[in-house]
Design a protein around this ligand. Sequence first.
Ligand code: FNR
Length: 361
Amino acid sequence: VLPPGLLTAADYERLAPQFLDAGTLAYLNGGSGAEITLRDNLAAFARHRILPRLLRDCGGGSTALSLLGRPFHHPLLLAPVAFQQLAHPDGERATARAAAATDTGLVLSTLSSVTLEAVAAETPGEKWFQLYFQPDRAATADLVRRAEAAGYGALMVTLDTPVQPAGERATRAGFVMPASVRAANLTGYAPPPRRVLNAGGSLLFQGVMADAPGWKDLEWLLGLTRLPVVVKGVAHPDDAARMKALGVAGLVVSNHGGRALDGMPSALDLLPAIRCAVGADYPLLLDGGVRSGRDAFIALAMGANAVMIGRPQLHALAVAGALGVAHLLRLLRQELELCMALAGCATVYAIGPEALHSPQL
Ligand code: FNR
């Protein structure tokens, strides 16, 4: 049974601290650095207003869309979020059940606390696998083969965190990963090679960054699989254009929910220039700060084809497991439908820049 009074994602966020210890909450909610980008992600949506059109025929409307040539019931996807057993003992299994129950596309993290095979068994619907390049190409290739065999329909390779900054909020709150929560997909792969540093060398550059992927690795991945490859974490229009030219099937405009480079612009502010760089028909997703159907509408109006939801799924998971996530997704979808109906947009394809109020006009 759900606790009373849960009407929005914000209600789940407000209740989540009752179900999580302070360290875990800080790890899940926090951003990198001074959390400038984390705050901007949320603030960006609040700056836009929607301009409704009257008397349009919306009777046959729906939120359905096609993405990478695959059918989706609505444009709200579950973002890849690591270690979901931190939020609930059922972890990604619960999220997968919620996705299946609500016809929601799911993107599973490389760092999931349940194996990709076990999650696939819970999700008959559309699911993609988020790939982190492993230091060892054989391990990366093995992850790709496993995702293909388990029925994942696309690979989403995340490139914005060649090094993962420690969250100050989590560090201050004394967060340590519990021994019971593991990267279930990675057991059995060799640990990263130990690097010998030059005299005066930096562990960051000669250690972690020496193993970080480059353009050659992206090209290698594109040649390795027949699955569509989507790149997550794109911020610069030139990177976006180069990826499109290489054969990348779509992009996620994202700053990793403010957990990558602090000081980056909000995801929403990055979106128009990237849409401009890749043209009208190229698949673009956005994540970072989407907390309502209205936010999703605004992202679509600014040029996204779909959005992904990060932290809210963790809040709902912590509060009520699979039922909570399914309920949250239903609420968000209903908010989007209501927003579309009131704005006079019968389909997601009808949501464009003209649906936003531009005070200068
Ligand atoms: C993430 N994110 C993430 N991204 C990714 O590609 N692989 C991953 O394993 C993770 N893990 C992860 C853990 C936690 C706790 C958070 C909060 C985020 C980033 C995620 O996919 C997404 O980009 C952001 O969460 C979107 O921002 P919002 O919706 O949280 O504001």
